[in-house]
Design a protein around this ligand. Structure first.
Ligand code: CA
Length: 435
């Protein structure tokens, strides 16, 4: 598990002035991504304030040596899979060196400065080639809320507190923040209709999730034990698992979600490292009395002690009406990653417990992370009680589900007394009409 060190010191400042007090990218964060500028090819970079450090450029002028150089090299291509494959040692060496290069008083400032690009002039790309994408269901309040809509007396199925439930999703339709999402068409059967119809989804929803980027991974047939699981977590992002509830309700039995989920998913573009999130690790919130203890293969003392995350998660909605009236986005929910019933290590271990192999750059979604009340719903299905109770917006608009032109913005931030807040950057996308 990532340890606290001098790179987390809240007094550390950068000579990149915009980094100091930056809501997402102070010098304590240093997330990696893939960017391009003008006609240049996509390449690895590091977010620092409102700038991006061009890693291949910094490597070319000799700013890295040893393990840090190995990591910078692995992060210099058009995807970060080689970097994720290296694991924690190289990643920590790179963080250490980046912190040194970018801190106030660095003797290398003059050599680093020409390697910085204004982020506003750059395009951010998907940071990895995603081989496989698995979505879990570890947000227990979401599981309860959604379960209640289907089974009021028995919202959680009996396996929930034993098994980190998940399903295999679709990697080909995952896009980085900023890429619009086309409303899907599909087959649905309203409860009062005799036959299903086919057309644009009328119950389009977002899902507030954390994404986990897999690091080195495992060979087929060689499970990752729970104590080793943190070594295979290469980083984190925000994930919006767009969902068409009308298509989902009709198709999901008996094999689970299919076309209701695979038309698009959006991730935030920066890979926030486990090291950057070290200050925000917390003990796994206690299981309510009467809940079973996890089975031994999912139990680890260190994971119980510090395997959960305290990250504030936020959903905002920018509607055409708000844009027209120049009003700020409507805050739909504030939740927290502490509402995960299973830790990321438990997700990794369970996924590989049958021998299934994870590979560098695979994406694991946590599932929707809702909090315990109506102000912390991670989907609009929950916020409007299945469309029955609309959200009222300052523009005068109402929403039961998402409409064309709506833009959903997810944010995540770690805060802790004595530490610099660290953010993920936005995960946003606007809904385009169905074709
Ligand atoms: Ca989901």
């Amino acid at each position: 598990m990532a340890q606290l060190d001098h790179t987390h010191d809240s007094k550390l400042e950068s000579w990149v002035a915009s980094a100091n007090g930056h809501p997402d990218f102070p010098i304590q964060n240093l997330p990696l991504g893939i960017f391009s500028r003008d006609s240049g090819s996509p390449r690895g970079g590091v977010a620092i304030g409102d700038r991006i450090l061009d890693l291949p450029a910094a490597l070319a002028v000799g700013l890295f040596t040893g393990e840090a150089a190995q990591a910078a090299e692995a992060a210099s291509g058009s995807v970060l899979n080689p970097f994720l494959a290296l694991g924690a040692g190289a990643r920590q060496a790179l963080r250490e060196r980046l912190s040194e290069l970018l801190k106030t008083g660095s003797p290398d400032q003059g050599r680093v400065e020409p390697c910085l690009q204004p982020a506003s002039d750059c395009t951010l790309h998907l940071p990895v080639h995603i081989g496989d994408y698995t979505d879990f269901y570890v947000g227990i309040h979401h599981a309860n809320n959604v379960g209640k809509q289907f089974r009021p007396d028995n919202p959680l199925l009996p396996n929930y507190k034993y098994v980190p439930i998940g399903y295999h999703g679709r990697a080909s339709s995952i896009r980085p923040s900023g890429v619009p999402v086309r409303r899907p068409r599909g087959q649905a059967k309203p409860p009062d209709a005799a036959e299903p119809g086919f057309g644009p989804s009328r119950r389009l929803d977002y899902e507030l999730e954390l994404g986990v980027w897999v690091g080195p991974g495992n060979e087929l047939g060689e499970p990752i034990g729970i104590a080793k699981a943190p070594e295979h977590v290469g980083g984190f992002c925000l994930l919006n698992d767009w969902s068409a509830r009308d298509i989902q309700a009709w198709e999901y039995q008996p094999l689970g979600p299919f076309l209701s989920k695979n038309f698009a998913s959006t991730v935030s573009a920066w890979i926030v490292t486990p090291e950057a999130l070290a200050p925000f690790r917390i003990a796994q919130p206690g299981r309510p009395e009467g809940d079973p203890a996890p089975l031994p293969y999912l139990t680890d003392e260190a994971d119980q002690r510090e395997g959960a995350l305290d990250l504030e998660l936020e959903v905002l909605l920018l509607t055409p009406g708000l844009r027209e009236k120049r009003l700020p986005p409507h805050r739909l929910a504030v939740s927290n990653a502490r509402h995960m019933y299973w830790t990321v290590a438990q997700m990794v271990t369970h996924h590989t417990s049958n021998g299934c192999n994870l590979q560098p750059g695979d994406l694991l979604g946590t599932g929707t992370i809702s909090g315990p009340d109506q102000t912390s719903c991670g989907s609009i299905l929950e916020a409007t009680l299945g469309g029955k109770s609309p959200v009222v917006i300052a523009s005068g608009e109402e929403r039961r589900f998402l409409e064309d032109g709506d833009e959903v913005i997810l944010r995540a931030r770690g805060r802790r007394d004595g530490f610099a807040p660290v953010g993920f950057g936005e995960c946003r996308a606007v809904i385009l009409p169905a074709v």
